[in-house]
Design a protein around this ligand. Structure first.
Ligand SMILES: [Zn+2]
Length: 471
């Protein structure tokens, strides 16, 4: 047993009394461990955490808790100020910026509190310590578009394209200590809306600092909840999602290729091989993308042996506004034809590509219960025109096959005239290579924005930077 002098014991008892009075370290009561109010679309609060119980804390723990108790209120206050500047756009909201371009950094008003970037650096130093790593997350915020706040020649530059009215701050009184020692502390707090947030503090020769901005710890906790949440319960869930034969691009999915011949056109073996190669390459690309997003997807395509061929006496039109034939050229209907001639019915989702060997602009006919005739399109289909002429404006390529296919799985066009001018500008700034706005010959140049990933069922919640696309 360690020797402890009486004076130290007295000091510890008074420290304990101060801590309890300050409410920094809470010993959860039985009342608190019950259910707490939660807001809509928010997780049940406070998963079981084991906070340090002061009655059983070591002397060493009590000592560091005492230090942290003194430092924490000021750290959280300065951290909140950083959040208000970077996340809530405080500098912009307090100034008069007229008609600045929201996407291009512009200087903070001369004479305003944070016009000199040294004022922001001073805040960083207070929260993270000099050269503390926590500043990096703020400086690269937000995820899409130019940074909210940046430095140029010692001046503070800001953008206004993404500002959140974030108010879900916790204070020092809400913080529980999970672990603490001479190097730092693991901390936990439940926000006013009921989200449990884990964060950390570090102890240095200059005192206590936060490891990262609590806003980012909050965002991680929220994202973790959202990944597990019900897609259908999202406020952004809309018709066209989870409908028809291609409900969502997850699980086992099949692309059924049907090569159509009419009195004017037919297919050579070389041409079908070229089409199947492009579809296969696209499917492989999306499969790899899904894997990198942690999405379970097995995307199969029919090949040379099991793709379908169909000859019709109807002359197939090339105008994308004339699409009724996709439902009428098959005696039994397209859906029955596909289910009878392929194993599409054994997949979680399937879509159909009707290949026509003519020049034309390809299009997709997805099932959307907002349309009066949606029941005709439960077997979701795209019409893909083929030409070997690469100079043709709508010449097929791998990206185009996947663009049309993604429509069938719920994706929206993200280019004019299908978007407002402001939304078009936003997607250009946030995700210029989005496959629903851009179909380059090389699909490797493309990307899927969080909006498309939400629409096709890869994410159960829509990233707030893309909320403008959901109406
Ligand atoms: Zn499109």
């Amino acid at each position: 047993m360690k020797r402890t002098c009486i004076g130290r014991i007295c000091a510890l008892f008074s420290l304990l009394a101060v801590l309890l009075a300050a409410g920094c370290v809470r010993i959860p009561t039985s009342e608190e461990s019950g259910s707490a109010p939660s807001r809509t679309d928010m997780p049940a609060p406070a998963p079981a955490v084991s906070a340090i119980d002061l009655e059983h804390a070591t002397e060493e723990q009590l000592f560091y808790i005492g230090e942290l108790t003194e430092a924490l209120p000021a750290l959280l206050e300065a951290d909140r100020e950083l959040t208000e500047i970077f996340v809530c756009g405080r500098i912009y909201l307090e100034g008069d910026y007229g008609a600045v371009d929201p996407y291009t950094p512009f200087p903070a008003e001369e004479g305003s509190k944070y016009a000199d970037f040294s004022a922001v650096t001073a805040l960083f130093d207070r929260v993270f310590g000099v050269d503390g790593a926590g500043r990096e997350e703020f400086l690269s915020y937000p995820d899409y578009g130019r940074p909210a706040v940046s430095e140029r020649d010692g001046k503070t530059y800001i953008t206004s394209h993404f500002m959140l009215d974030f108010t879900d701050f916790f204070v020092a009184d809400d913080v529980q200590v999970l672990d603490i020692n001479a190097a730092g502390a693991s901390l936990y707090a439940v926000t006013p809306s009921g989200l449990g947030v884990r964060f950390g503090a570090v102890r240095t020769g200059s005192g206590w600092f936060l490891r990262r901005g609590t806003y980012f710890a909050y965002s991680d906790a929220l994202r973790e909840f959202e990944q597990a949440a019900d897609w259908h319960a999202s406020p952004d869930f809309a018709t066209g999602m989870d409908e028809g034969s291609a409900k969502r691009l997850t699980g086992r999915c099949l692309i059924v290729s049907i090569f159509l011949s009419d009195p004017e056109s037919t297919w050579s073996g070389e041409e079908t091989a070229r089409v199947l190669q492009m579809v296969g390459e696209g499917a492989e690309y999306l499969g790899a993308l899904a894997a990198s997003e942690g999405v379970e997807l097995e995307l199969f395509c029919t090949g040379e042996a099991d793709s379908l061929h169909y000859r019709t006496d109807t002359v197939l039109p090339v105008d994308y506004r004339d699409f009724g034939w996709t439902g009428t050229i098959f005696d039994e209907g397209l859906e029955a034809f596909v289910l009878r001639n392929s194993d599409a019915g054994s997949y979680d989702n399937y879509c159909i590509m009707l290949h026509v060997n003519k020049q034309g602009r390809s299009y997709a006919l997805s099932c959307n219960s907002a349309y009066y005739d949606y029941e005709m399109y439960t077997a979701e289909r795209s019409v893909m025109y083929f030409t070997a002429d690469n100079t043709y404006e709508y010449a097929p390529n791998v990206s185009m096959y996947m663009h049309e296919m993604l429509h069938l799985f719920g994706a929206d066009d993200l280019y004019a005239p299908y978007l407002s001018a402001s939304a078009a500008k936003r997607i250009e700034a946030y995700c210029p290579n989005e496959l629903m706005r851009y179909v380059p010959v090389d699909i490797q140049e493309t990307a899927l924005s969080p909006y498309t990933m939400f629409r096709i069922g890869w994410r159960s919640r829509l990233d707030r930077q893309f909320a403008a696309f959901s109406d």
